[in-house]
Ligand binder design. Structure first.
Ligand code: F6P
Length: 344
């Protein structure tokens, strides 16, 4: 197949490293004689046919920029049949021979379905949560971990001065990768993740024991998706997004209240929220995004549609898109066990 023009979109939550992918895709495609258009705001832009041409000029200087120059949305074209029809219509109208979809479980879930319907798609996995299967890491995760680690370091000094318990709520909807990595790196005294329900008695015991050996401050890191035993996700509002997800948040506040009540130690909470997703990507994420982008174009040139780029060890490989989204990659129990060595 002679590929003349491709479209690229970014969907779901933004993530440091998206712009390096957009730059790499554009530069490598232009080298191969393929013209590139950016689709605005994820799948939404394919429903409304909102595009911007991408050339060497427009992707110049974006490598260190956080966010996505294309914009993003959580639009699900499979929610309304008329939207899906428009997506298919616009792919033809805009003369897009191939689509590069950069996203997480939701965006790549849509990409999988479209690919099965015959659309030429290459997937690029993205999420700060690092919970996509079939890739060892996603870009954005390293940046988020470093931001969370720095926050934990800062919480440490104030916790120590005031003899307080500091609870840091970090992102991580289904998996506690950010909490585990940032917690290990920041020397957290307790790390709580969605993979293991919270046992509040055990948490308070760890803190009390630590205090009884003379350490009168503690750091507790909790992933936003963590739940209490027999409990469900804590969210600030009931509204679901188009993929059926609630807006998480609030577990840190509840946890902090319970710890203070049960231990008698003054406890404060810090919710890092979107700070973890904003700003400039780390060197690791810039390099990974760049490698993913170049590989995506190699796959286009080889006609390997329906594939997703992936990091396997230190090599960039390709796997069927659905392998990335079929099952979520939760925290390695051995790693979490290792983290527990330093609890208390
Ligand atoms: O999936 C990435 C993520 O950052 C989750 O950790 C979090 O629950 C969600 O996105 C937040 O999404 P939004 O920015 O739409 O509130």
């Amino acid at each position: 197949m002679n590929i003349k023009r491709l479209g690229i979109l970014t969907g779901g939550g933004d993530c440091p490293g998206l712009n390096p992918v957009i730059r790499a895709v554009t530069r490598r495609a232009i080298q191969a004689g393929i013209s590139v258009v950016g689709i605005r705001n994820g799948w939404k832009g394919l429903i409304t046919a909102e595009i911007i041409p991408l050339d060497l000029q427009s992707v110049s200087g974006i490598l260190p920029k956080g966010g996505t120059i294309l914009g993003t949305s959580r639009t699900n074209p499979y929610k309304h049949p008329e939207d899906l029809a428009r997506v298919k219509e616009n792919l033809v109208k805009l003369q897009l021979d191939v689509l590069i979809a950069i996203g997480g479980e939701d965006t790549l879930g849509v990409a999988t379905k479209l690919s099965k319907e015959g659309v030429n798609i290459i997937g690029v996995p993205k999420t700060i949560d690092n919970d996509l299967s079939a890739t060892d890491f996603t870009f954005g995760f390293d940046t988020a971990v470093n931001i969370a680690m720095e926050a934990i370091d800062r919480l440490h000094t104030t916790a120590e001065s005031h003899h307080r318990i500091m609870v840091a709520e970090v992102m991580g909807r289904h998996a506690g990768w950010i909490a585990t990595y940032a917690g290990i790196a920041g020397g957290a005294d307790v790390i709580l993740i969605p993979e293991e329900p919270i046992d509040i008695d055990a948490v308070c015991d760890i803190i009390k024991k630590r205090h009884s050996r003379g350490k009168d401050f503690s750091i507790v890191v909790v992933a936003e998706g963590a739940t209490f035993k027999e409990g469900s996700n804590i969210s600030t509002e009931e509204k679901l997004d188009e993929f059926g997800h609630v807006r998480l948040g609030g577990i840190g506040q509840i946890l902090s209240g319970l710890i203070e009540q049960r231990t008698g130690f003054e406890t404060r909470v810090t919710v890092l929220g979107h700070i973890q997703r904003g700003g400039s990507p780390t060197a690791f994420d810039r390099v990974l995004g760049t490698r993913f982008g170049v590989k995506a174009i190699e796959l286009v040139l080889e006609g390997r549609f329906g594939q997703m780029v992936s990091l396997q060890g230190n090599k960039i490989a390709a796997v069927p898109i659905e392998q990335g989204t079929g099952t979520l990659k939760t925290v390695d129990p051995q790693l979490y066990q290792l983290a527990k060595t330093f609890f208390g």
